[in-house]
Design a protein around this ligand. Structure first.
Ligand code: B12
Ligand code: SF4
Length: 434
């Protein structure tokens, strides 16, 4: 038996290196698949799909920004009478939408659903919906080998826990994984770490809420020769002892979401004290040798037209090495989506635009075009000219300021002349269109 596992194209994201991160969802689905079934994996971010090959089933993983492309791929295979199953965060949020475009859908975690689905496939009796009723105790070690022989960064992800009790306005995590913080055991995590690449992306942004529970894990990381990058709110800098633990655990950089706290302050909606405080906190993180990758979101109701310029100035004044700029995006089922929908402010239901690079709602203090222009201005203004390239799909930033390998090593990594590779693909796309 042979299954084609697909990670569809996801549109565009300015920082090119993001395209080169192996993704965990498909790697877990592959590891839950019994060994007598062949898995052929296509990552459309870097590969093209060979639609002529025959399969017993096609399985597609998707975020919201990938939904339209996933449905297109599904249609092509279903026309060939190959059954298609869809899974991933968007399917968990909008199963009915997905169901119209597939033979079967998986709602929630694959651990609690995929084995049953495979049994039904063997019997030729696929059900329409597989829902994860209770989360699995055991998360398998992802099959990172499915990404081999391609141009990825030498980096694997690690998920310390699933679920989140905090219900942030724009986040899809509680709706996908539930509201309980379910942490994997420390020993198991540390064993897994030893099997990973030298550089690790710890994908939880909420582990800092459970400092006491993750302490053993972070202490264990200190004794392993691996470096990691993570996600965190700026408030981690309020706890110097915790910052010291992070440093000892070999954390080299943190993605820090600076919105909307900072943008409200930059807009003078609240006093400038927050900005002054942020400067100190960023410095505290940096003093530990941990780089700050700053993430800024534009489009809040308090954002006025000068927010773009003020944000870039803030990032430059703070000597941020790497910044990301996003357009506020209301993901289906989030509180933000419900609010904007109820106010009649959503302007498109084209999910390929739900990528944080497009405006999909009417902002309060500017037009959608002004928001998009301001977003482009921020990328262009923050990065040096030689790192910036305009393409038909949007700006491409060839920066890896926060990656621990130097530029030359990175370009020489494995088959990984990845910056050239992505630029070639971008050019090819433009030529195909002409
Ligand atoms: C690491 C990460 C990334 C990585 C890798 C992406 C990826 N898809 O894995 C990178 C850096 C590339 C990335 C980029 C983006 N990301 Co991101 N990312 C994450 C993060 C932090 C972890 C993802 C992960 O590895 N999870 C662990 C795996 C195991 O979970 P999973 O993928 O959901 O898979 C499980 C189930 O969904 C299911 N499943 C998944 N696929 C399949 C397939 C089949 C066939 C089956 C049966 C089951 C199944 O089983 C898996 C195991 O249980 C999540 C938050 C989170 N906690 O999940 C956000 C998240 C996925 N990202 C999000 C967003 C918005 C983005 C961006 C769009 C925006 C941005 N500005 O960063 C960009 C993409 C740009 C674009 N053009 O679209 C949102 C997605 C929301 C949505 N509704 O789509 C999330 C949920 C964050 C959030 N706070 O809401 N991201
Ligand atoms: S953004 Fe982070 S803290 Fe907020 S709900 Fe999502 S996972 Fe939890």
């Amino acid at each position: 038996m042979r299954i084609h596992l697909i990670y569809p194209d996801w549109g565009h994201f300015p920082l090119v290196y993001r395209r080169y991160i192996p993704v965990m969802g498909p790697a877990i689905v592959a590891s839950l698949t019994p060994p007598d079934i062949d898995i052929v994996f296509t990552d459309e971010r870097v590969d093209s799909i060979d639609f002529d090959r025959d399969y017993d089933m096609v399985a597609i993983s998707m975020m919201t920004s990938q939904a339209n492309r996933a449905y297109e791929i599904s249609r092509i295979y279903r026309e060939k009478d190959i059954p298609v199953v869809l899974g991933g965060v968007h399917v968990s949020l909008m199963p009915d939408d997905a169901l119209q475009n597939a033979d079967a859908v998986v709602v929630g975690e694959a651990e609690g659903t995929w084995p049953d689905l495979i049994n039904d496939l063997r019997k030729g009796n696929l059900k329409r919906v597989y829902s994860c009723k209770s989360p699995a105790d055991e998360i398998p070690f992802p099959r990172w080998d499915i990404f081999e022989n391609r141009t990825y960064l030498p980096m694997n992800s690690l998920q310390v826990s699933r679920g989140c009790p905090v219900n942030c306005d724009m986040c899809s995590v509680p709706q996908t994984y539930g509201t309980e913080f379910r942490m994997t055991g420390t020993e198991r995590l540390l064993e897994d770490v030893k099997r990973l690449e030298r550089y690790i992306f710890i994908i939880n942004d909420n582990m800092h809420l459970a400092k006491r529970r993750v302490r053993g894990f972070l202490d264990g990381m200190a004794g392993i020769d691996k470096q990691w990058v993570g996600l965190a709110p700026l408030s981690i800098a309020e706890d110097s002892a915790y910052l010291d633990i992070l440093k000892k655990s070999n954390c080299w950089a943190m993605y820090v979401d600076l919105s909307p706290w900072i943008s409200a302050s930059l807009n003078d909606m609240i006093d400038g004290v927050q900005v002054a405080k942020a400067n100190i906190m960023i410095e505290r993180i940096r003093e530990r040798g941990i780089k700050v990758i700053a993430s800024f979101v534009f489009g809040f109701d308090h954002d006025r037209k000068d927010i773009f310029e003020k944000t870039v100035r803030f990032a430059k004044d703070n000597n941020i090495e790497e910044a990301e700029f996003h357009i506020l995006t209301p993901y289906p089922k989030s509180r933000l989506y419900e609010r904007l929908d109820s106010e009649g402010r959503l302007i498109t239901s084209d999910f390929s635009r739900y990528s944080t690079s497009s405006v999909v709602f009417r902002p309060a203090n500017m037009s959608p075009d002004e928001l998009h222009e301001g977003y482009l201005y921020a990328w262009r203004e923050f990065y040096p000219k030689e790192n910036f390239e305009d393409t038909e799909r949007g700006p491409v930033i060839k920066s890896f300021a926060c990656f621990p390998l130097n530029r030359e090593d990175l370009l020489n990594y494995k088959g990984g002349r990845w910056v050239e590779a992505v630029m070639k693909k971008e050019r090819q796309r433009q030529e195909d269109r002409c």
